[in-house]
Design a protein around this ligand. Sequence first.
Ligand code: APR
Length: 235
Amino acid sequence: MRKYKNIVILTGAGISAESGLSTFRAENGLWNNHRVEDVATYEAFIRNPEYVHAFYNEMKPELYRAKPNSAHLALSRLQQEYDTAKVDIITQNIDTLHEKAGSRNIYHIHGVINQAVCLNCYRIMESWGDVDTQTICPHCQISGMMKPNIVFFGEDLLEMDKVDGILRRCDLFLSVGTSGVVFPAAAFVQTAKYYGAETVEFNLETTSNNFYFDHHIQGKAGTTLPAFVDELLQN
Ligand code: APR
């Protein structure tokens, strides 16, 4: 009889590091080369939409080419083979590497790079191509109202109506490759723990959130996560 019924995995930029994608707060991280205030706030978008569109457009080719690594593939295998549990992935990442790894039940709480939202009709447009202030909304045909479907600092997270419920129901919560410094995602482990989940952190180092984790598995997720999934599948 398998131990867990509802498994939730929260992923951050660290799970995509071994796919060659930058994290945010490392030495050469995204936030060391760009000011958050210039590219990741609603005020920045209103002040200079062309600059913000360009920041995300420039990211698209690399994210389009990126390949899932063994950590993403391990989660997809867990979803397929640990068939007595519901396995949900809550990702802070705007890349589509969980999808490319064959995962489902993916909640992009910070948005996703190949989507834009129309600020006139609020419908979503999917595009790996450039989106800018001239782009015409395919739904309402209004131009100049498209915004990257990325959650800027200060904006509400996406999918929270579903995420809150799965956090309360989970009996195993894994946090993979996140520094645990951006809220509300950084508090998800507290919710899971409060409702009785066993909590495990996978990171290169212990994070400021370490207190809330029952276990800390140090190392590269591309190595530690497949080993952990193997163990789960054997029990
Ligand atoms: N394996 C495991 N962990 C790793 C690896 C790896 N190979 N490489 C890096 N890490 C860890 C780092 O130690 C760090 O704790 O991944 C974490 C990445 O932290 P951040 O760069 O802060 O990224 P993240 O936690 O996803 O940021 C959260 O902040 O700016 C916002 O919206 C942005 O979604 C992002 C959010």
